[in-house]
Structures are given as structure tokens and as C-alpha cells.
Ligand binder design. Structure first.
Ligand code: HEM
Length: 224
């Protein structure tokens, strides 16, 4: 019957809303090492527990992260697709916080490097995407900010204990309970995407693997 055909086409999580669909796709792309319950991908070359970056590598990771966040935060404010403007001042923004953390390194006489070619390449990709397929751009935005609130936070704690005697970086300090902010943003995404046709939703979901691949290149500053 036509109703069972519709059911067969239904995407996992779609009964709850579009964010849940995005989350489902993202969780499947985690390695077992990253998210033991849901990850299905092969192990990464170097498991997280074995990462031994230098302070300079962490600084490079912050610089690359700031470049990407600054780009996303600017585009959310001025994108041609006006509906993206809803995602400004959500409380998830990280550019200003990263600026403070990078200043701290500068104060300690570290040379602050420019973003790596990997980060620059990601931004160039996003630049095209936000112009041509703003709905697919939202997938990168979602994954980048939500990943930071979950695994990113865990990695930050590890790195801080390993290299900085447990220093609390601003990168991981939100102005209110981050869970609360994520809840508000989830509702916003669900609202914005509620009238997207199926093919537009799928185009967004299909960006998830690129979001992982590109943010993996930023993370690879630490995976050494
Ligand atoms: C959630 C770990 C990389 C996107 C999570 C969770 C963990 C985790 C523990 C929470 C799982 C749960 O709620 O059951 C990690 C680790 C990573 C990593 C250790 C790398 C070493 C990534 C990357 C992306 C990503 C590269 C995408 C760019 C997400 C998303 C969620 C998530 C979207 C869902 C967050 C939410 O619903 O609140 N991750 N992850 N993660 N991760 Fe990752």
C-alpha cells in the first residue's frame, strides 16, 4: 500500500524531528573508539587515548577551530538565505572565546600560526556551500557546534590535563548550561526544517560525512 511505502522511506529519527535525523546519521559515523554505543566506523589510525600532541599542536587546533567558527558565525549573520540569520546569538558561538584562549598563548610568548591549509580548504568549501545549498550548510553548522559540545569537550579535558595542568579554556565555557542552549537550538532547527521537502532534507543529511571528513582534518592537529 502507499502508506507502507511511505513508512519504508521514513528516515531513522524522523518521527521526532529533523535534528534527530541529523543526530542519527552523525552517530553512525563515529568510530567505536569515539562513541562506544553507537559508532560503527572502523577504528581511527591512532586511538584518542594515545594522542600525544605538543602545546603548539593544541594552539594550531585552536587557531584552525577559530577560523572555521569565525566563518560560520559571520555567514549566519549575513547569508543570502535569511532563515540562517535565526542561528545568530544562539549562545553556541565560539569565535570570541577562542580569541581569548589564543591571546593567552600569545601572552606566554607562543608564536600564533596562521590557519593550516586544511582549515582554509574547509572554509573555501563552506563558502561555496552556503551560497549554493544553504540547507546543506546547516548540516556542517549543526555537526561542528554539537560535536564540540560532546566529544570536543571530552577531548579538551584530556588535552588540558595532558598539557596545561587542567587549565579551563574559554573554548569549553558557555555563558549558560550548554545543554539548555542545545535544546533551544534543536527546536529552532526542527522549526526551520519542518517545511523542507524530503529531497532538501536528504541533501542536508548527505553532507554529514563531509562534515566529519573536514572536521577530522582540524582534529588531526591533535591526533599525533
Ligand atoms: C555526540 C564523541 C567526533 C558529531 C558525541 C558523543 C560523544 C562523541 C561521546 C555523545 C554521544 C551520546 O550522546 O550518546 C566524539 C569523539 C570524537 C567525535 C571522541 C572525535 C575524536 C565528532 C565529529 C563530529 C561529531 C568529527 C562531526 C563533525 C557529533 C554529533 C553528536 C555527537 C552531531 C550529537 C550531539 C548531540 O546530540 O548533542 N560525540 N565525537 N563528533 N558527535 Fe561526536
Amino acid at each position: 500500500s502507499s502508506s507502507s511505502a511511505a513508512a519504508a522511506e521514513r528516515r531513522p529519527g524522523s518521527h521526532k524531528g529533523f535534528v534527530e535525523e541529523m543526530r542519527f546519521v552523525a552517530m553512525r559515523l563515529h568510530t567505536k573508539d569515539q562513541a562506544p554505543r553507537e559508532g560503527q566506523m572502523e577504528e581511527a589510525a591512532l586511538p584518542i587515548q594515545e594522542w600525544r600532541p605538543r602545546k603548539e599542536d593544541y594552539l594550531q587546533f585552536l587557531v584552525d577551530s577559530k577560523a572555521v567558527y569565525d566563518f560560520m558565525e559571520a555567514r549566519m549573520a549575513d547569508a543570502d538565505a535569511a532563515w540562517l540569520h535565526e542561528f545568530t546569538s544562539t549562545g553556541l558561538e565560539r569565535g570570541a572565546a577562542l580569541d581569548k584562549d589564543i591571546q593567552w598563548f600569545r601572552m606566554l610568548d607562543f608564536d600564533v600560526p596562521p590557519p593550516t591549509p586544511a582549515a582554509t580548504k574547509y572554509i573555501a568549501y563552506l563558502q561555496e556551500l552556503v551560497r549554493d545549498k544553504p540547507n546543506a550548510f546547516l548540516c556542517h553548522w549543526y555537526n561542528y557546534y554539537f560535536a564540540h559540545s560532546a566529544g570536543g569537550r571530552m577531548i579538551g579535558r584530556m588535552m588540558s590535563n595532558l598539557l596545561f595542568e587542567g587549565k579551563e579554556f574559554e573554548f569549553y565555557a558557555w555563558e549558560k548550561d550548554v545543554k539548555e542552549i542545545l535544546g533551544e537550538v534543536r527546536e529552532k532547527i526542527d522549526r526551520v526544517a519542518s517545511d523542507w521537502p524530503r529531497d532538501v532534507k536528504d541533501e542536508c543529511l548527505n553532507e554529514t560525512s563531509l562534515a566529519f571528513a573536514y572536521s577530522g582534518t582540524v582534529l588531526s592537529n591533535l591526533a599525533k
